[in-house]
Design a binder for this molecule. Structure first.
Ligand code: SAM
Length: 275
């Protein structure tokens, strides 16, 4: 049964506030799972199974599926839809409060999700900054967010640096609003993030790297020396000297820096203690 028929049958109205746009096109669901390269040895963490349409496809391909759904009104639907699949376990909880490290062993799982768009960045942070990271994530997100995740220098953002520090991100598919019910107002895209075993750049420590990156992006469109000075509570002159030591022109803006340049800057800041 398609999501609309299932929800009508259970007298449930979709909630916009929970990002409930359900994929009803079987071809698109199969395509997403194929793009995730799910195999019999994989444990999949699915965020927001909804009516279980993608969960069923995943259950056929994976060793097991752990699906985290916030909306417990969907329990009777998921109980029915997933009853033929003993390898699926549904947890009714907010994904942002799930302790992934307690649930899954490191490097042992992949994430596949048509994410609730209102918390895409928070989900990425929660999963990538956790002590146990997935091997890869295949996420259906708003097209505009997908473009931000795969941005290159000149268009970088705190989100892009944060994701690209942990993995290589690419857009692997585009999805039109008609593939969903109810139809969202925006186009969507599938982003695949293959998580690195080691960060691709040499940083003193992750916390310092992100402190510097956050400071750099703390004041939109300002020159790096002003943003970094403000963000790290340094005089602009001192900030400019540190940036120059890292081989970067202090008049540049945060969105133009490469990952390697952020790493170089964090090494210089770490070597010159900042309170
Ligand atoms: N996977 C289904 C599909 O592809 O049709 C549903 C995707 S729908 C875009 C997002 C799903 O995430 C909904 O089922 C919604 O209830 C759920 N959701 C929203 N916020 C959540 C949260 N904080 N934690 C877990 N699930 C959440």
């Amino acid at each position: 049964m398609n999501p609309k028929a299932l929800l009508d049958h259970h007298e449930i109205q979709p909630r916009k506030s929970l990002g409930q746009n359900f994929l009803h096109d079987p071809g698109v669901l199969e395509k997403i799972v194929a793009l995730a390269d799910v195999s019999r040895s994989d444990t999949v963490l699915e965020i927001g199974p909804g009516t279980g349409a993608m969960t069923r496809v995943l259950a056929r391909e994976a060793k097991r599926v752990i699906a985290v759904e916030l909306d417990d009104r969907l329990k009777p639907v998921l109980d029915d839809e997933l009853s033929p699949y003993p390898n699926v376990w549904v947890i009714y909880q907010d994904i942002l409060t799930v302790d992934v490290a307690a649930l899954l062993r490191p490097d042992e799982f992949v994430v596949v999700a048509n994410v609730p768009y209102y918390i895409t960045s928070a989900i990425l942070r929660h999963l990538l900054e956790a002590p146990h990271r997935p091997r890869r994530l295949v996420l259906t997100v708003q097209q505009e967010v997908a473009e931000r995740l795969v941005a290159v220098p000149n268009d970088m953002s705190l989100l892009a640096v944060s994701v690209q520090f942990f993995g290589s991100a690419r857009i692997v598919h585009h999805i039109k609003p008609a593939a969903f019910w109810p139809r969202p107002e925006v186009d969507s895209a599938v982003v695949r993030i293959d998580v690195y075993e080691q960060p691709p750049v040499d940083v003193p420590d992750e916390a310092m790297f992100f402190r510097v990156v956050r400071a750099g992006f703390s004041q939109k469109r300002k020159q790096l020396k002003n943003a970094l000075g403000g963000g790290l509570a340094l005089a602009h002159q001192q900030a400019a000297e540190l940036i120059e030591q890292a081989g970067i022109d202090p008049r540049r803006r945060a969105e133009t820096l490469t990952l390697e340049e952020w790493a170089a800057l964090s090494r210089v800041v770490a070597a010159n203690p900042v309170k």
